[in-house]
Write a protein that binds this ligand. Structure first.
Ligand code: G4P
Length: 515
């Protein structure tokens, strides 16, 4: 792998809402030298939130529904400068599809768990998504400064819930009772929160503030869990566990050090032409997210590209697979904690934003030679379907544009029925519908409501021309086209799907559509 690629760590933080992801992100950025004052991530978040109703939903519910990218770099002894690309994921389960796509663009993940609450169902689901994507996980058990549970129980629960080996890398002394500090199991040193600074209290043995039972705990921990094994971690069979408090800012330095030292550098990505390794000299990448109207003043639209191979240079011509002809990328954006900057170059693992007017789509491959097609970015069949009812019929055009944009972003999926003019939106969770209505209003000035649709689920249909013709002729009333014009069977029930599948064995009815 090229020297530059080896210095990249592209990762996401996944957690249940409220576990402390925002606080931890802020402390990682502080620790990485990206921001200088605690509170800036939140302040920035609030300034942004104030701008649209859609963001208001986030604020009211205290959740984050958008993904963003933050890049920062820091020196580490013996490693040199490491560049971190932190991809934010929505915490809410209604946005698991968005999270799934984000996880296609990372090489590892940090799973944040609230020490008092343990593993919640949502966290488990996110974990399963990581598994599907072969993303190795470092676990950060947060809020150890509060009254919590027993450390051994917490570790065993993580191991059970995730069916993984757990390997404690640090030990929270006094967690569950009076918290004393974090013991680094590698060097035996204890750090203790002291305001915002960290004070080392020396080795366990001769430490005046540590209760005597700590030595016993540490001994038990030493025999009760497997030793850290880099390969097992990178294979996804073992999760190293760090303890800390994002709020008080300790345990975070150890975490960032671990990301630098053990988290994997850019990995190869699957394509129709085989695995594409980061050291391929041709520049290739794929779009994993498109966000419209990031800045409502400018109606901009940014496609986020994960660079897979080669060294990207500003102004380079790349061919998007969806377009077939090259485009020159003059203003690629790098995202920092507080700023966006034009990127002069980027390496495998880096994420660049490409401003465009709708030419770039989620799932597109961009490459110099236009020979590679990355695979593995799916659409999932929606679980809730609704008809969109326009309050002002003269706004049909704006509605269509909005539905196309928002389906591209992955907020919703849209289906245009073969018969009748009422468009149908599909989502995985209820919250997406609320986001849809408020964004239609705030960003597109379209007042719309939602009505129940006579369908329960949708399946993408594929087959030979003859088989398709036969099916289409008989089922017109239950057919729609998705945003790409691909045929979708709108089913009244899952029974309906099985029935059609039995009647038409030559066709496939798929709940997932690869982009
Ligand atoms: P999220 O992004 O995962 O949803 O969580 P967030 O960071 O917003 O944290 C959720 C709450 O937990 C916040 O409190 C935050 O201050 C608190 N918190 C985060 N890390 C720690 C920690 O290590 N120890 C303790 N004791 N609390 C922590 P809040 O009251 O909801 O918000 P705020 O009033 O602090 O803004």
């Amino acid at each position: 792998m090229t020297e530059a690629a080896l210095t990249r760590r592209t990762f996401a933080i996944i957690s249940h809402p409220d576990a402390g992801k925002t606080t931890l992100t802020e402390k990682l950025l502080l620790n990485g030298g990206a921001i200088h004052l605690a509170g800036e991530v939140k302040a920035r978040g609030q300034a942004r939130r104030a701008r649209s109703d859609w963001m208001k939903i986030e604020q009211q519910r205290g959740i984050s529904v958008t993904s963003s990218v933050m890049t920062f770099a820091r020196e580490f002894e013996g490693l040199g400068q490491i560049t971190f690309n932190l991809l934010d994921t929505p915490g809410h389960e209604d946005f698991s599809e968005d999270t799934y796509r984000t996880l296609t663009a990372v090489d590892s993940a940090i799973m944040v768990i609230d020490a008092a609450k343990g593993i919640e169902p949502q966290t488990r689901k996110l974990f399963e998504v990581c598994r599907l994507r072969n993303v190795p996980i470092i676990t950060f058990i947060n809020k150890v400064d509060r009254e919590g549970r027993n450390v051994f129980e917490t570790l065993d629960e993580v191991a059970d819930a995730l069916a993984l080996d757990v390997c404690p890398m640090s030990w929270p002394v006094g967690m569950g009772g009076v918290f004393e500090g974090i013991l680094n199991l590698a060097n035996g040193r204890v750090s203790r929160p002291e305001g915002d600074s960290r004070e080392f209290l020396g080795k366990v043995d001769d430490n005046p503030v540590l209760p005597p039972e700590v030595a016993d705990e540490v001994e038990l921990a030493g025999v009760g869990y497997p030793e850290f094994d880099l390969e097992a971690y990178r294979n996804g069979d073992l999760t190293p566990v760090f303890f800390g408090s994002a709020l008080k800012g300790f345990g975070v330095a150890e975490l960032i050090e671990a990301i630098a030292r053990i988290a994997p550098p850019p990995r190869a990505q699957p394509s129709a032409q085989g695995m594409i390794e980061p050291d391929l000299s041709e520049v290739t990448g794929f779009i994993f997210k498109v966000q419209a109207n990031m800045d409502p003043q400018h109606r901009d639209r940014i496609a986020f590209m994960r660079l897979v191979s080669g060294t990207f240079k500003r102004g380079m011509k790349l061919t998007p697979s969806g377009l077939g002809k090259p485009i020159a990328i003059h203003s690629p954006i790098l995202f920092f904690a507080q700023d966006r900057e034009i990127a002069d170059s980027a390496e495998p693992g880096d994420i660049i934003g490409i401003p465009n007017h709708g030419t770039l789509r989620v799932g597109d491959t961009l490459s110099e030679k236009n020979e590679v097609r990355f695979t593995g970015l799916p659409n999932f069949a929606p679980e809730i379907l609704r008809r969109v009812a326009l309050k002002d019929p003269t706004k049909t055009k704006q509605l269509r544009k909005a539905l196309d944009d928002l389906s591209e972003e992955g907020v919703i999926q849209v289906f245009y029925p073969e018969i009748g003019g009422q468009w149908i939106v599909g989502v995985v969770g209820q919250l997406q519908l609320e986001v849809l209505i408020s964004r239609l209003d705030a960003e597109y000035k379209v007042a719309a409501g939602l009505e129940t649709a006579p369908f329960d689920t949708a399946r993408w249909v594929k087959g030979s021309d003859a088989a398709m013709r036969d099916f289409l002729d008989f089922n017109k009333a239950n057919l729609a086209k998705d945003r790409d014009g691909d045929p979708v069977f709108m089913a009244r029930s899952s029974w309906d799907v099985s029935y059609q599948q039995e009647r038409h064995p030559d066709l496939t009815f798929s709940a997932i559509k690869e982009r």
